[in-house]
Design a protein around this ligand. Structure first.
Ligand code: AMP
Length: 586
């Protein structure tokens, strides 16, 4: 089956979905629609949000609704009001050319009287959350004894949110003669009792493997200490200037705090969580859908059913409890064949969780480094330049101001002018990231022997990961001054007043030493050592040449500056001896 016409849907439905841009059925639709049009057998479909599952059950159900029968004919139960509204809206779209079929949503947090009035007018399809649906049944405002279709959408979520008792109560009121359709992203163990008690010989279909994640999603994580998480989040947002994503937190309080902080830091961000009124939630969602917000900070519960297809990123500020929830969260990006990225900010201990994710999705979860300030500045600069290149110039509107503008700017050469325009926007980032530390947490990584300082070290020069780059420094104290690697680390850290300065390779020699530090700290380093003494000796620090081999050669040639410093500092050994000692430490 290649297209909707071939399935046998009514022309008015085809017309409506064609207007929505549906060309071909999605895999779950290809399997479910013909089955539901031709069979009364129950159905279990493993399908996540974003796979087209609403149409998979919605189109065949709508196709069979009898508009003249004023009873509720189909009941769709789902876990949250967002999903409930989304389903109602989606079904309403399919019904655009079938005005005699009515659909309504019933959910908590909104006036029950309004919903009762709606039901009184006569509806054919009701989408509801379990609590409100049960309430309306008990009040005898919603009659479900004539339904022909019962849909349990996101059934796993309904169970994990504690709706089992409500579901039992609702399902026990439904007629025996009906078709039950269960849609779920996962099949947790507890689902068995629902299937056993309320379904008869269901046909099972899967729109892919169980618990799969879209191929177009790149799963990544960064290891960061809790205290650096927020800063890391900002860097991720900054390195992706066009980010459009959801940031998941675990609690309402944290969701609110992160969104508030992002707002104060001038990001287009807002929060969606359980403390918001329905009107507030709708307003936030409206702004997010229209892209007035780039970042939506959300709890799992509040984010259920968020129907936004083009998310570029899903960020796990806090990991969820289960891998299934991880899959749910990240399934919101990479939809409809578009590329997406999932980024989890994890502590060293939480890396095991990422391994479980890897096993479940059968795909590598890539460790990424939190970008450095320099990388962010670079990315922001190029984004700015691209904007300048692509900006539409409205000649007509700008022309009245051009002459005066040109005159004012005529004092600058072309190059100077470019520098100034770029600096107007770019200075903020330069300032923000001046001396920005490395936020990656290496504390739980395996330490390497010798003078490689565990996580704080890395490859030389180019950096261990393509992100952190080190600069090599000379210091005029060595082992004869009782310098040890820990003492050198302490000496460096003291000059940076508690900032965590990533230190790379350390080489201790008799009368002087070398060390590498993150190049972001490099410019400040020599001046920070002004007036510093070690074991009574005035400390001098200066940048060394990048490659050791060059240094070695420079000793042979009498060192930098023509040997005025005796190569490096006040040692008495000959250049050749020094080379030998250096090699010993290599
Ligand atoms: P759902 O999985 O039901 O949440 O659907 C996700 C999104 O895909 C919704 O915005 C639908 O309108 C859209 N959609 C569903 N089926 C199709 C289709 N066959 N072609 C294009 N878009 C679709």
């Amino acid at each position: 089956m290649e297209n909707f016409e071939a399935i046998g849907l009514k022309p008015e439905i085809i017309e409506a979905i064609t207007a929505l841009g549906f060309e071909k059925p999605t895999p779950v639709q290809q399997q479910a629609i013909p089955f539901l049009l031709s069979s009364k057998q129950d159905l279990i479909a493993l399908a996540q949000t974003g796979t087209g599952k609403t149409a998979a059950f919605g189109l065949p159900v709508i196709n069979q609704i009898d508009p003249k029968n004023k009873n509720v004919q189909a009941l769709v139960l789902c876990p949250t009001r967002e999903l409930c509204l989304q389903i109602t809206k989606e079904l309403g779209n399919y019904l655009a050319k079938s005005k005699d079929i009515q659909v309504t949503a019933v959910y908590g947090g909104e006036s029950i009287d309004k919903q009762i009035r709606q039901l009184r007018r006569g509806v054919h399809i009701v989408a509801g959350t379990p609590g409100r649906t049960l309430d309306l049944i008990k009040r005898e405002k919603l009659k479900i004894d004539n339904i022909q279709w019962l849909v349990l959408d996101e059934a796993d979520e309904m169970l994990s949110m504690g709706f089992k008792d409500d579901l039992d109560a609702i399902l026990s009121q439904t007629p025996d003669e009906k078709q039950t359709l269960l849609f779920s992203a996962t099949m947790p163990y507890e689902m068995k009792s629902i299937v056993r008690d309320y379904m008869t010989d269901p046909m099972e279909l899967s729109a892919g493997k169980k618990n799969v994640s879209a191929d177009t999603v790149e799963h990544t994580y960064c290891v960061v200490a809790g205290r650096h998480k927020y800063e890391a989040l900002k860097r991720i947002a900054n390195i992706h200037p066009n980010i459009y994503g959801i940031i998941f937190c675990r609690t309402r309080k944290e969701t609110k705090a992160i969104a508030d902080q992002l707002g104060q830091d001038h990001y287009n961000a807002d929060a969606i969580h359980g403390d918001l009124s329905q009107a507030q939630r709708e307003l936030v969602m409206h702004r997010f859908r229209n892209r007035h917000l780039q970042l939506l900070v959300a709890t799992d519960v509040a984010a259920r059913g968020i129907d936004v297809n083009d998310l570029s990123h899903v960020i796990n500020y806090q990991l969820p409890d289960t891998v299934a929830t991880y899959i749910h969260r990240t399934g919101r990006t990479g939809r409809a064949g578009k590329e997406g990225m999932a980024i989890s900010l994890v502590s060293g201990r939480e890396r095991d969780f990422m391994r479980s994710v890897e096993r479940k999705i059968g795909k590598k979860v890539i460790k990424k480094m939190i970008p450095t300030g320099q990388e962010i500045c670079e990315r922001q600069l190029f984004t700015l330049i691209d904007k300048v290149k692509n900006v539409e110039v409205n000649e007509e509107q700008i022309s009245p101001y051009l002459e005066a503008t040109m005159e004012k700017l005529s004092v600058f050469e072309r190059e100077e002018l470019i520098k100034r325009f770029v600096s107007v926007e770019f200075n903020r980032f330069l300032k923000d990231y001046e001396d920005a530390p490395d936020l990656n947490d290496f504390s739980r990584e395996r330490r390497k022997p010798s003078f490689d300082h565990g996580g704080r070290r890395g490859g030389r020069g180019s950096g261990r990961n393509g992100y952190t780059r080190y600069k090599r420094f000379f210091i005029n104290v060595g082992t004869s001054d009782h310098l040890t690697a820990p003492r050198l680390l302490g000496l460096i850290n003291e000059q940076f007043h508690g900032e965590k300065v990533p230190v790379g390779k350390i080489e201790l020699l008799r009368n002087f030493s070398f060390f590498e530090i993150d190049q972001q700290f490099a410019t400040k380093l020599p001046s920070r050592f002004n007036g510093v003494t070690f074991e009574g000796k005035g400390v001098e620090v200066e940048e060394a040449q990048a490659k050791r081999r060059n240094h070695d050669r420079s000793y042979d040639r009498g060192g930098r500056g023509g040997g005025g410093r005796g190569g490096y500092g006040n040692n008495n050994s000959s250049g050749r001896k020094r080379i030998k000692r250096k090699r010993k430490y290599n």
